[in-house]
Write a protein of this length. Structure first.
Length: 155
């Protein structure tokens, strides 16, 4: 777990700090030839969960970065609810991950770049828990560029 004191900083600076760490997770996925999406879960300035896409390695369509981070976080805290936690994810979550976030009751989701084709917002933003706060566009260019370059190399 890492700790960073944000008591004298603003939330934008905090969001950028943690999104950079989610990008590091996405780079792990890229190195493993997975779709480069990374996620972390933060509670009280502590990272309690990390994840990146592992769908190819596990041959499992549910092994998304967010799902890995949720599992890691719930194991860390010893419970299934992630109230008072924030999910930082480099790309807008899909419907499955948004639905899973509903069940975790996570307080905030902060994502980097939009996912126009498969992101949950285009399918119905009411998939989140009613108390979950959504914020998008944090380091969107950097997050989107990683995805764009990955798919350009594959074509």
């Amino acid at each position: 777990m890492s700790f960073y004191n944000f008591e004298e900083t603003n939330s934008e600076e905090e969001d950028i700090h943690y999104m950079k760490l989610a990008l590091e997770e996405a780079k792990k996925a890229l190195a493993a030839d997975e779709i480069p999406i990374g996620a972390i879960v933060v509670s009280k300035n502590r990272i309690i969960g990390r994840g990146y896409n592992l769908t190819e390695r596990f041959n499992d369509v549910t092994a998304h970065a967010e799902m890995q981070a949720f599992t890691s976080a719930t194991q860390t805290i010893g419970g299934k609810y992630l109230k008072d936690c924030t999910l930082y994810v480099t790309i807008e979550p899909c419907v499955m991950c948004a639905g899973a976030s509903y069940w975790t009751q996570i307080s905030r989701i902060v994502y980097g770049a939009r996912e126009e084709k498969r992101g949950f917002i285009s399918k119905g933003s009411n998939l989140l828990h009613p108390k979950t706060i959504l914020k998008g566009g944090v380091m969107a260019d950097e997050c989107g560029l990683l995805m764009k370059s990955f798919f350009e190399k594959r074509r």
